[in-house]
Ligand binder design. Structure first.
Ligand code: HEC
Ligand code: HEC
Length: 210
């Protein structure tokens, strides 16, 4: 009974906070398509082309599938409206939950279908945990995220080649294209996204003004 009430309170809080948390990072309307890197070759100015490529990449980076797991607070978020995670969980000292209620308690090795009215599946991955706080994207503008992901003190010590490698091949990133029943995938394919990031790096990895 207590547990049920807690969850119900969380649902309500989520409905309100979800609205309040509408943010600048989400540049992608779910269902949007991703352009090929080649589509930008017509932009003659290299800096301008680089900025345009990053803005295209933001359709993925700023998508709720990614942002939900790069939360700005202690609690991950859920859904296309980025409401607080339900049931309430916290990142804990190692971003994998509090002792006794860690992410893998519910998030299995792979997406797990559930026979629910509202929830069709629980996301899964062998490494399921939240991005560390210095990698938080929620509520940030494209310019802020761009600066942050290039900053070795906030991106896990990656140079640009390693940043590309992560975007193009990482499994948790890849989950965005395979998010399980009942969730909108990020647009395009991971290969297309990796190519956009590479083209962005090749043109100087420029950031948008805002
Ligand atoms: C008590 C069970 C439980 C625990 C523990 C748990 N989760 Fe979840 N999580 C769920 C369920 C159920 C869903 C699916 C909810 C939905 O789709 O509405 C979910 C969904 C999510 C999503 C949303 C994906 C999306 O884009 O909509 C993220 C992100 C997430 N969890 C992260 C975490 C992280 C990080 C942890 C550990 C700190 C964690 N969860 C711990 C049950 C749990
Ligand atoms: C299940 C949670 C989860 C999801 C979903 C997720 N990430 Fe992450 N992300 C992490 C964790 C954890 C790290 C830290 C891993 C590390 O540094 O090795 C991270 C780190 C990163 C990094 C490197 C550090 C930085 O911020 O520059 C990038 C880039 C990144 N993620 C991109 C994405 C993109 C793009 C998506 C969506 C397509 C995504 N992530 C979805 C958990 C997630």
């Amino acid at each position: 009974m207590i547990a049920l009430r807690t969850i119900a309170a969380g649902v309500l809080a989520g409905a309100f906070l979800g609205l309040a948390m509408a943010n600048g990072a989400r540049s992608a309307a779910p269902g949007e398509t991703l352009k090929d890197a080649a589509a930008f070759s017509a932009i003659a100015d290299k800096h301008e082309r680089s900025v345009a490529l990053f803005s295209e990449a933001m359709k993925v980076i700023g998508h709720p599938r990614c942002v939900n797991c790069h939360p700005a607070g202690d609690r991950p978020t859920q859904g296309d409206d980025e409401h607080p995670h339900n049931p309430p969980v916290v990142r804990g000292p190692s971003d994998i939950g509090a002792a006794g209620l860690q992410c893998p308690a519910c998030h299995m090795q792979r997406n797990t279908p559930v026979l629910g009215e509202r929830i069709k599946s629980v996301p899964g991955d062998p490494q399921w945990h939240a991005a560390p706080i210095e990698m938080a994207w929620q509520g940030k503008t494209a310019a802020e995220i761009c600066a942050q992901i290039k900053d070795k003190t906030r991106n896990g010590g990656r140079d640009l080649a390693q940043l590309h490698e992560h975007m193009a091949t990482d499994h948790l990133v890849g989950w965005g294209w395979n998010p399980g029943a009942g969730r909108t995938p990020v647009p395009g394919t991971q290969k297309q996204f990796g190519d956009i990031i590479q083209a962005w790096i090749d043109t100087g990895a420029a950031c948008p003004a805002n």
